[in-house]
Design a protein around this ligand. Structure first.
Ligand SMILES: Cc1cc2nc3c(=O)[nH]c(=O)nc-3n(C[C@H](O)[C@H](O)[C@H](O)COP(=O)(O)OP(=O)(O)OC[C@H]3O[C@@H](n4cnc5c(N)ncnc54)[C@H](O)[C@@H]3O)c2cc1C
Length: 299
């Protein structure tokens, strides 16, 4: 089968913020063969490659994305086995974290509690080393990972053991450049019969604290060492601060919500205003967790 490459595809629909312009070229590979076809096509045409998976941690520019954008949310497959008192799970990187959640819930295992509040796909979880504030175990995505496989620029698959990667707060490095294709996760088979009740409780708390009824990308800023970004923003009086239709959430100060028609430019202007104000009030420089994709004019 030949992979379809489309032109001028609106990317906002594939992001949790519902913001952003169009991809010049766009494809949605469903298996490794199609992924390799896409990379080869990009090389032939000299297109830069941009990877989008669950789209829950990206700000896509209003000017869109040049080159080839690959949406990986259909590059999805999950299988598991039980071996040496561990559950061993292999997933293609576009597998939704919710699929992992279902598997851990079915087996009554603690990673379900960690995964319950995390949108997006497995590859995004690795690239961002997604994590939670609560003292759950696991607490960061890479806590569960044994190895990842990456398709490199020469279309070769390379496996990286976890010990070969540089893992830090909301980052996983040492595998780039490339596209994460497969991830192996494992966890001890120590059943927690209360895990479903705990997931329901955690979901209730999240719903009460986060503006989950409005498009967002979750927390925009990383927590600076020794601080909570949300607290710094709230104490600087920025809850409700709005430019265009991008607003610092009234419910959770580290969320910027799209009130309906927010542009990437509105959102970036809110981000920069928050950074400037927090620096003035607290002397702390906030840096973003969210990844900017596409073309941005230099200010
Ligand atoms: C309501 C809400 C709540 C959230 N809560 C949390 C939270 O508690 N903790 C947390 O850490 N995050 C949270 N997030 C942010 C986000 O869900 C995570 O960072 C998630 O892991 C991103 O996965 P994704 O598939 O959506 O990645 P995307 O947003 O699609 O991509 C993120 C980055 O990873 C790269 N990438 C993705 N897949 C691959 C791949 N296969 N190969 C190479 N690069 C890749 C992309 O190029 C991009 O740079 C939240 C978001 C929302 C909307």
């Amino acid at each position: 089968m030949f992979l379809k490459i489309l032109e001028n595809v609106n990317l906002a629909q594939y992001t949790s913020w519902l913001i952003g312009g169009t991809a010049d070229h766009f494809c949605q590979p469903t298996n490794l063969e199609e992924l390799i076809q896409a990379v080869r096509a990009a090389h032939e045409k000299n297109w830069a490659i941009t990877i989008l998976s669950g789209g829950s941690n990206v700000l896509v520019s209003d000017a869109g994305v040049r080159g080839l954008t690959m949406l990986l949310n259909k590059f999805s497959m999950i299988s598991h086995e039980i071996k040496d008192d561990r559950i061993i799970v292999q997933c293609l990187s576009g597998t939704a974290k919710s699929e992992l959640l279902k598997l851990f819930l079915k087996n009554q295992l603690p990673p379900a509690l960690f995964l319950a509040g995390l949108p997006g796909d497995v590859g995004g979880g690795v690239a961002m080393n997604a994590g939670v504030a609560e003292a759950f175990e696991p607490r960061e995505f890479m806590d569960m990972v044994d190895w990842i496989e990456v398709l490199d620029e020469k279309c070769k698959i390379k496996r990286f053991q976890k010990t070969e990667l540089k893992i830090s707060y909301r980052h996983c490095d040492g595998w780039q450049p490339g596209i994460i294709t497969t991830v192996q996760i494992s966890w001890p088979l120590v059943v927690d019969p209360q895990v479903l009740t705990k997931v329901r409780e955690a979901n209730k708390i999240r719903l009460s604290k986060q503006p989950l009824d409005k498009p967002s990308c979750g927390s925009v800023f990383r927590n600076p060492e020794g601080h909570k970004a949300a607290q710094l923003i709230d104490q600087a009086g920025l809850k409700g601060f709005t430019i265009g239709e991008a607003q610092v959430s009234l419910k959770h100060a580290n969320f910027i919500v799209n009130l309906g028609q927010a542009t990437a430019q509105d959102t970036l202007a809110v981000i920069e205003h928050v950074q400037k104000t927090v620096k003035q009030v607290h002397g702390v420089q906030l840096t973003t967790e969210v990844v900017r994709l596409g073309e941005w004019s230099k200010v």
